[in-house]
Design a protein around this ligand. Structure first.
Ligand code: SF4
Length: 330
């Protein structure tokens, strides 16, 4: 690990002024600093910031939606009654991630900014365009079992690792930030960038910009949701394919559907094609399968990950079946 300076910020303004790399739960940053993948000169600890609340926005009974502070721990968010009851997909996604110890540390803001698990990115003995722009991508012709089949480029095919972000994508979350240019509200669907020719730039945050909170829209009545994660082992493992679905049913008719996939895309993957293929139709196995085909129609598998195409389809069909059967709201 390289030497670095450390500073604690007690206010958002002092964090911005410090102009360093933000440390929240540390579950990504500290790991990658130990591996010399990230070498910040100044670490700004934002743990003292007053951003650890989950609050209903004005409107009564969540009609204004939910505000989640950037420092809310993953375990607190997953187990918050309003989240369990009204945003089930988010609670399920959080509880499927990492281990209890990690969830007790990891934060909402940090989870959105998780770094890829690409083996080559995490090993400085290898080239990596994301770590060192222009150096090459050994994953494209190398061992690429865990890599992306959607959204990849000739420069990078790394998957985004977050479960939480996939659920938030299906819930149409908004990310709120504060930075040198003031405050911004960014729809999560516009937050992540495709790798293109600049895989080192993963999102639209400007240097120094800090995530302060995330908002979720009000839950709609008649809505059910579910997160299904498929992986090599049952716990403490990243997704090979996952599906987050939010469905509003009227009888058996699907009035509104939101779908996002994890483990298969270079960013948490919202599928407008799958949503369009379901809205206005009956909740049937045949329609679910058609939606899964639509979601994966642009997939470009690599040598070792073609299995992900069918796996993602199965995850989506199963998640839709489960959501359509459940009686609970959210
Ligand atoms: Fe680096 Fe992306 Fe290639 Fe992995 S897939 S080695 S992160 S450029």
């Amino acid at each position: 690990m390289q030497e670095f300076r450390y500073r604690q910020a007690k206010t958002v303004e002092s964090a911005l002024r410090a102009n360093g790399t933000y440390l929240a739960g540390g579950t990504t940053l500290v790991d990658l600093m130990k591996l010399n993948v990230l070498q910040p000169a100044l670490v700004v600890d934002v743990n003292p910031l007053p951003l650890a609340q989950v609050e209903a926005l004005p409107g009564g009974e969540l009609k204004g939606g939910l505000r989640i502070g950037a420092m809310v721990r993953n375990s607190d968010l997953a187990n918050h009654p309003a989240v369990k009851q009204n945003y089930t997909v988010l609670s399920e996604a959080l509880l499927s991630g990492a281990s209890p110890q990690l969830r007790n540390m990891a934060t909402t803001g940090g989870n959105l900014l998780q770094k890829t698990r690409c083996y080559y990115y995490r090993d400085t003995n290898y080239a990596c365009n994301k770590r060192q722009p222009g150096s090459g991508c050994p994953a494209i012709d190398g061992f690429n079992r865990i890599h992306a089949v959607l959204g990849g480029s000739a420069e990078c095919v790394a998957t985004h690792p977050s479960d939480m972000a996939v659920a938030m994508m299906a819930l149409e979350a908004t990310v709120h930030t504060q930075g040198p240019g003031g405050e911004r509200a960014i729809a999560l669907k516009d937050f992540y960038l495709l790798p293109g020719t600049t895989p080192e730039k993963e999102n639209v945050l400007e240097p120094g910009e800090l995530i302060t909170h995330v908002t979720l829209p009000a839950p709609e009545s008649g809505t059910r949701s579910h997160y299904l994660k498929l992986r090599d082992r049952a716990q403490y493992e990243f997704a090979l394919a996952s599906a987050a679905v939010v469905v509003r049913l009227h009888g058996r008719r699907m009035e509104r559907v939101r779908i996002a996939l994890g483990g298969v895309g270079t960013r948490p993957w919202r599928s407008a094609e799958a949503e369009r293929s379901l809205e206005g139709r009956e909740a049937t196995a045949e329609n679910f399968r058609k939606a899964a085909d639509a979601a994966m129609k642009d997939a470009k598998p690599l040598k070792y990950n073609s299995f992900k195409v069918e796996l993602a389809k199965k995850a989506l069909v199963r998640a839709l079946e489960t959501a359509a059967q459940t009686e609970q709201r959210g």
